[in-house]
Design a protein around this ligand. Sequence first.
Ligand SMILES: *Cc1c(COP(=O)(O)O)cnc(C)c1O
Length: 428
Amino acid sequence: MHSDELFERARHRIPGGVNSPVRAFRGVGGTPRFIARASGCRMWDVDGNELIDYIGSWGPMIVGHTHPEVVEALTEALARGTSYGAPTGLEVELAETIAGAVPSMEMLRLTSSGTEATMSAIRVARGFTERSKLIKFEGCYHGHADSLLVKAGSGVATLGLPDSPGVTPGAVADTLVARFNDLGSVSALFEAADGDVACVIVEPVAGNMGTVPPAPGFLEGLRELCTRHGAVLVFDEVMTGFRVARGGAQARYGVTPDVTCLGKIIGGGLPVGAYGGRRDIMERVAPAGPIYQAGTLSGNPLAVTAGLVTLRLLESDSVYAQLDATVAAIADGITALAGEAGVPTVTNRVGSMWTTFFHDGPAVTDWNTASASDTRRYGRFFHAMLDRGIYLAPSQYEAAFVGLAHTGDAVEFTLDAAREAFRAVGPA
Ligand SMILES: *Cc1c(COP(=O)(O)O)cnc(C)c1O
């Protein structure tokens, strides 16, 4: 079976042929590759092509695919049972490991996805403050819960869906939208909401409109505003947790939120999420407190095992220095090659994530600037790279991810491909 045939069959039974919209290549055209297997920084599609993978399952695969230690631990765990619906020591160990790396998470709860984590964090913030409204940012994506599906990034931005049918006006009536990197827009909403803001939720480094770092002072300003107005500051670090630093963006930028959401890396490629934070807030969660949240497979032993091994492999600081250096080499290389080919681009990078925007510049700092990118040219570049064995995100509005398995050889191969791909795209 080839990708084309599988996609044909898939579209008959699965909406759009995929189980998550961004996989469908709608932002770049063409047929998605169906994957047969993966190892290290490489994947092989069912058509027999070898691809250097810069998606990494959209973030989780930071130690590389089928890392031998992860596979071994999973194999052993599998024989002990796949789910018990009763507590395990593994969950305690993961909670302690996370709290050790992210000290603001004094207590935490495991879920099965990032969406569940953010959705639950919002409920807890509202229950704790006894207020209704939340502030989110245009272009930030926090999963697909109703109240957060407003001016969202990722697939919502790729498909140009301003809001989703099925989300009722009531569900979003308390969602206020501010501009990323614009503190003035946040304080204006606080003033207008007159003491009814339960929380501000933000991707501290935006990744779901492409990579957009926080401007100096932005996160500090959010901290101050939340403290002054008695609102809960929620950092959605589902993407950035254990990625931009072991302690996430809050460690990298030195700003402490009240509640943090995690996912992706902490499951090592299996389904996991987590939310946690200040003890006085988290003690309001059932059964310790009255705010209800639950999950049949939460803290699943296989997922927790993969997460624990992955987090152990990320223990030393040198790991993050290596990731930063790899992305720096790629980003600098790409910027130079685009310049040589006369293709206007802006490349943003933070830690092991980067995005090359097909954009006249001078800078991409929020959704307004990000959405001025030339997505058609991105699509041409994407396909030129894919034809040369480089698998980037099939959308301008996503980050590219590097992991520990991306070696110098892989980077060199990638830049050689980029040289040809920029020529193929041609000057503006
Ligand atoms: C991926 C992501 C989510 C959603 O996580 P899922 O596991 O896909 O539900 C939420 N927030 C951010 C910042 C993400 O990148």
